[in-house]
Design a protein around this ligand. Sequence first.
Ligand code: NAD
Ligand code: ZN
Length: 258
Amino acid sequence: MSDLSERIMHAAKLLRQARYAVAFTGAGVSTPSGIPDFRSARSGLWEKDDPLEVASLTAFRYHPDRFYAWLQPLVRIIYEARPNPAHWALAALESLGCLKVLITQNIDLLHSRAGSANVMELHGSLREAVCGRCHRRWPGAPIIERFVVDGAVPHCPDCSGVLKPDAVLMGELLPERVVSAAFAAAHACDVMLVAGTSLEVMPAARLPYEAAAAGARLIIINRETTYLDERAEVLLPGDAADLLPRISAAVSQSEAYA
Ligand code: NAD
Ligand code: ZN
């Protein structure tokens, strides 16, 4: 058996025997769906502007038109994207009872669309838009549908205030209830499966650190190295869309023989 296959079996065993396993994902699980991440080698979308600057709360407040012009190609890609085998495998692991919670930094809704039920969206999502003036929330889908076609800054139907996607921008506070639930899950879990995240965005990147400090075993799947690689019990360098289905297949096979 190759070293990689052994590591996959080891990861499957940890998940099968876990009392409370939690997954933690980032933009890397959605790159196989065609959605670029922010920190891999720059893809065409980010060549002109630094997403970390344009996608800030200040940029949104002062130049909503520029913010939305930058956002349009990304939203169009997300709108057209479909879940990939990484999302399906995580949903399958939840159905098998081997994952209790999935914490994601992604705003693209692909985990829910793939069938994951217990999802914590740490950075919000495109499910809703919020009015900056009257704070009313609106369903995201019809707004996105119009926006990908006309690219115009969306306004509140009630008060004409500028609408903001319910996704956390740089410099914006994270939704408090979700954050405390995610940290509680990190403290409670005995296994954390980390996939497709550079672990460079705080405070999200502290979740696996705190899980490990509280005694959880870490499985880390990523194309590049992360600051927690040496704390991982199982380190799987590579493509999440290849590795996660192999882990979930190994879990289902061993269940069949159990
Ligand atoms: P990131 O861009 O910082 O890091 C992504 C990591 O995934 C990188 O280390 C990269 O090497 C790795 N990676 C890329 N494709 C992979 C694959 N197929 N298999 C395994 N690893 C892969 O992403 P992040 O840590 O999630 O932080 C970026 C922030 O930007 C997040 O907070 C998120 O809210 C937001 N964002 C979201 C989306 C989305 O919703 N799909 C896309 C881009 C950015
Ligand atoms: Zn309003």
